[in-house]
Design a protein around this ligand. Structure first.
Ligand code: NAP
Length: 301
């Protein structure tokens, strides 16, 4: 089977822009439809069909938009991922063949985090729903652990640019999985190009594994003057959990990082996907270049 008509929802987002670019660059000449909300102001190239849509994604209109579509990719924001239940219903009604849920993060989550962070529960519920209904529609769930350049710049890796302070967990040497947004976008398109290899499965993809220490060392080669605090993972995570329980949602990112701050590994697992889809990856240095380019552009803006 080959897929020809692709509909992307969330094409203006952090990840969606990369998925769209790789769809346009694919040698398979996809027919591409972008489903954009009425409140969206983004512009798209002429060879992309744009369907403007009410912000609450009504099912009837979705059914019309999905007629003749082979693949629907949801690259939706954290705040809108609950809309996927309507989107999946419309997919079944319109005969969509493959669905990519808005995953693109952690592949598995501890129950304590699911209890504290509703968004992740939705991701799990959507995955369960897709498995239950896979006789009606195929699915591919792309998981990449951390977006690398976002993690470096946003404080997610506990490297805080505004204070020039890094908090290293257990010495910061534990290695975890990371992927640039460009590679995650490419992975989605490669998965569409190789439908059998990506059918009804979690696809674990990455550029490399890295550590807080490796990232901080690379930063310090260019920008000096960092304060470094060392903490033990157990009490560090516990303080975040307690803060969130008391209503301080600013600590949720810390908890998310905390699920893999002591290290994780995708390679060797049954869901490992890089080779299955022939994914071209970036080195750590290339990914740091991506980060520096964005960082410098932000500083000039
Ligand atoms: N692994 C990681 O480290 C990491 C980090 C961040 C995000 N993620 C995951 O990656 C996926 C995509 O995230 P993203 O950062 O690319 O999303 P985003 O940029 O915040 O939003 C993606 C798109 O969602 C659409 N949207 C629909 N309803 C919306 C609403 N109420 N508010 C804002 N946007 C809305 C918009 O598309 P239109 O304007 O075109 O309609 C928007 O451009 C999510 O599953 C997220 O959890 C992973």
């Amino acid at each position: 089977m080959t897929f020809k008509s692709i509909c992307l929802i969330g094409a203006s987002g952090n990840l969606g822009t990369h998925i769209l670019r790789h769809l346009l660059e694919s040698s398979q000449n996809f027919n591409i439809t972008v489903l954009a909300r009425q409140s969206s102001t983004s512009k798209y190239p002429d060879n992309v069909k744009v369907v403007t849509f009410p912000d609450d994604y009504p099912v009837d209109k979705l059914k019309d938009a999905f007629t003749g579509i082979d693949v629907v990719i949801a690259s939706l924001s954290m705040t809108s991922m609950h809309q996927q239940f309507k989107i999946m219903d419309a997919c079944y009604a319109s005969g969509v063949k493959r669905y990519f849920p808005t995953e693109f993060g952690l592949d598995d989550l501890p129950q304590w985090l699911l209890d504290l962070r509703e968004m992740f529960k939705i991701k799990h519920d959507v995955r369960d729903h897709l498995i239950e209904n896979q006789a009606k529609m195929e699915w591919t769930s792309v998981c990449c652990n951390a977006f690398f350049e976002m993690g470096v710049g946003s404080g997610f890796f506990q490297i805080f640019w505004s204070e020039k302070k890094a908090v290293l967990i257990d010495g910061g040497k534990a290695e975890f999985v990371a992927a640039t947004l460009d590679t995650v976008g490419l992975a989605v398109v490669k998965a569409i190009e190789k439908p059998e290899a990506s059918k009804n499965r979690i696809l674990l993809v990455q550029d490399f594994r890295t550590s807080q220490k490796e990232i901080l060392d690379a930063i310090q080669k260019k920008v000096g003057g960092w304060e470094v605090e060392s903490v033990e993972s157990g009490p560090w995570l516990e303080s975040g959990i307690e803060a969130v329980k008391k209503g301080d949602n600013s600590q949720l990112g810390k908890l998310t990082f905390g699920t893999f701050a002591t290290g994780n590994k995708y390679e060797g697992r049954p869901e490992w996907g890089n080779e299955a889809i022939g994914l071209k990856t970036k080195s750590f240095d290339e990914a740091m270049d991506v980060f520096w380019a964005e960082h410098e552009a932000k500083q000039k803006a």
